[in-house]
Design a protein around this ligand. Structure first.
Ligand SMILES: *Cc1c(COP(=O)(O)O)cnc(C)c1O
Length: 217
């Protein structure tokens, strides 16, 4: 466990899949972790992090950014429209574009603010009621809608159901991305990132395997 172990395993998975070294970006998911643990990973030189709440990220990252150069912050949790402006200003990528209302709000704010980070459309590949994301059958239409709004789409993101083989979901996501001409795939977490890399992940989101178990408040 730890950052070094994970970067080794990513390199091996890239090689086994016949993919170029460094083609997979590791997002270290720091949500809920004590600042000391995050700082320890920052000290090693790692610069790409993921947070799932805008509020929590706004509380800790501006301070880290004054002390460490080149931090790249990814939003991987649900985004409410009333936090969209703050998210545009704080994050370098948003992985959870999941509904037309949010797409419209981001498009309007992007005009006002004059910038918009790369966006990933979250897909609810398991069609789970409790999970956010566009349903697989609606992905093509939604991607078209986002493009009509001039949003900078990078790719697709998914969180497979906990009780199913994730590879089926990764393969489905890859197929939908290819069909829509999208190059980035945000998929794979601590328990399954190697399988995600085998199926084309460009961004893996790994939390507990780097930082240790999350301490529940
Ligand atoms: C928390 C979280 C992760 C990281 O999960 P781990 O199992 O700790 O690696 C990845 N993706 C999303 C969307 C998350 O919310």
């Amino acid at each position: 466990m730890g950052l070094h172990d994970i970067t080794d395993r990513i390199a091996k998975a890239e090689a086994e899949a016949g993919r170029a070294p460094g083609s997979v970006k590791l997002i270290a998911v720091s949500k809920v972790q004590p600042n000391a643990r995050v700082e320890a990973v920052l000290e090693t030189g790692h610069r790409v992090y993921g947070e799932n709440r805008v509020q929590e990220a706004a509380g800790k990252w501006p301070e880290f950014r004054t002390r460490f150069d080149g931090i790249e912050l990814h939003l991987i949790g649900p985004l409410q429209t009333n936090k969209a402006r703050q998210a545009l200003e704080l994050f370098n990528a948003i992985h959870t574009l999941d509904r037309p209302k949010l797409a419209q709000t981001l498009a309007r704010l992007a005009q006002e603010v004059g910038q918009c980070p790369p966006l990933f459309v979250q897909v609810n590949t398991g069609e789970e009621d409790q999970k956010a994301g566009v349903l697989p059958g609606q992905v093509d239409a939604f991607v078209g809608e986002c493009r009509a709004l001039d949003l900078p789409l990078a790719g697709l993101m998914c969180i497979p159901p906990v009780d199913e083989e994730p590879s089926l979901h990764f393969a489905l996501l890859a197929k939908m991305a290819e069909r829509n001409g999208l190059v980035s795939l945000s998929m794979g977490m601590s328990g399954d990132f190697e399988r995600a890399i085998a199926l084309g992940a460009t961004h893996v989101r790994v939390g507990s395997a780097i930082f240790g178990e999350r301490v529940k408040g």
